[in-house]
Design a protein around this ligand. Structure first.
Ligand SMILES: NC(=O)c1ccc[n+]([C@@H]2O[C@H](COP(=O)([O-])OP(=O)(O)OC[C@H]3O[C@@H](n4cnc5c(N)ncnc54)[C@H](OP(=O)(O)O)[C@@H]3O)[C@@H](O)[C@H]2O)c1
Length: 325
């Protein structure tokens, strides 16, 4: 079978012939039709991820067919969550490093990671859903406790997680405000139902958000960095900022006085439990949510896909077509 292999960090992925994986006890072979990229794949290629082991096939997201209860499947990429809903176990790992991932024609996965492909989604849309959908679901509803009457600010809307977060939050009846570095992406988010959008690159944009919408009860952020302090200014007293990523780096200018005096809740969120995954799928099915696919590349063009993620020109998910068969 063909697989896109990372043989060494900071090197291009190489399309190689590899032996087909063999299924062990309670494992299933999935013949992949589509896979999707996450920022994690890019971080790993750059050597910016803990515990990198090469050679490895990257890719956490995939959809395909399997000789299993459900013939057409998607894969929950979060393995070994454990028994506590509030946090993953020490054995938690993400598909696509250390275990070989979905940028391949075939993959072996534990049975319990397989779920039926949502019927309203193509294989490419289905591949775009698991990691981002799960992360967005938990950040909004578990960690952020978003209610239908509330307003949520979702930052960096071009991102894969942020893009599905808009759809989930709107489906829940919330008012959604987005931020982006691109007016074109804001326009796209508003076409999807966001109420307003602000350029986070504009000076003093947080005060503008507050002037138009008042102090914000919930902010969901995947960027961190210096811009995080603006989120603290934007939040209402007693409000919550859920953070699931740090694309923009360390939040060095964190003013703790503002945090404690205004009783803010700074909450972390990582992927989600199997229960979160099922709840996310129920919601996606009920509301027939279609993840936004920015562009589909052939598996052999995986390096071009990673290059697009590097420059963040995407709106939504970057997908790899693995097989048409
Ligand atoms: N904890 C978890 O379980 C988990 C799960 C998934 C992802 N993550 C992390 O979350 C982050 C986003 O992941 P993703 O896959 O959605 O990535 P992505 O698709 O690569 O998102 C990139 C987007 O981040 C936004 N961004 C960049 N700098 C920003 C800044 N200073 N302020 C606000 N937004 C900024 C940009 O939005 P605009 O183009 O709109 O400006 C860009 O399009 C990554 O750091 C990733 O590692 C964590």
């Amino acid at each position: 079978m063909k697989a896109l292999v990372l043989n060494e960090v900071r090197q291009l992925l190489v399309l190689q012939e590899r032996p087909s994986p063999k299924a062990g006890k309670r494992q299933v072979i999935v013949k992949l039709k589509a896979a999707a990229l996450n920022r994690r794949d890019y971080w790993i290629t750059q050597g910016l991820y803990p515990g990198i082991r090469c050679p490895v096939v990257l890719g956490s997201d995939g959809a395909g067919t399997a000789d299993f209860r459900e013939k057409e499947v998607i894969i929950n990429p979060g393995y070994n969550w454990g028994h506590r809903q509030e946090v993953q176990s020490g054995d938690f790992k993400i598909l696509g490093m250390p275990d070989d991932g979905t940028f391949a024609e075939e993959i072996v996965v534990p049975q319990e990671q397989l779920f039926a492909r949502p019927k309203h989604l193509s294989f490419e849309q289905a591949a775009a859903l698991p990691l981002a959908g799960l992360t967005a679901y938990r950040a909004l509803f578990k960690q952020g406790r978003l209610q239908s009457s509330q307003t949520v600010v979702i930052t960096g809307i071009g991102g894969g997680v942020a893009c599905i977060a808009i759809q989930l939050a709107i489906a829940a009846g919330a008012t959604v405000i987005v931020t982006s570095s691109s007016q074109a992406k804001i326009n796209k988010a508003m076409a999807m139902g966001a109420t307003a959008g602000f350029l986070y690159t504009a000076e003093g944009y947080a005060s503008q958000v507050n002037a138009e919408f008042g102090p914000i009860h919930l902010i969901v952020d995947g960027a961190g960095g210096d811009g995080y302090s603006q989120l603290i200014d934007m939040a209402c007293p007693g409000g919550t900022i859920v953070n699931y990523g740090a694309t923009a780096g360390i939040a060095e200018k964190l003013e703790l006085r503002k945090v404690f005096f205004r009783q803010l809740h700074l909450v972390g969120s990582t992927m989600g439990s199997p229960a979160d995954f099922s709840a996310m799928l129920d919601m996606v099915g009920k509301h027939e949510i279609q993840p936004v696919v920015d562009e589909v590349f052939a598996l052999s063009d995986g390096n071009k896909a990673l290059e697009k993620m590097k420059v963040s020109s995407q709106f939504g998910k970057i997908v790899l077509r693995v097989s048409d068969r």
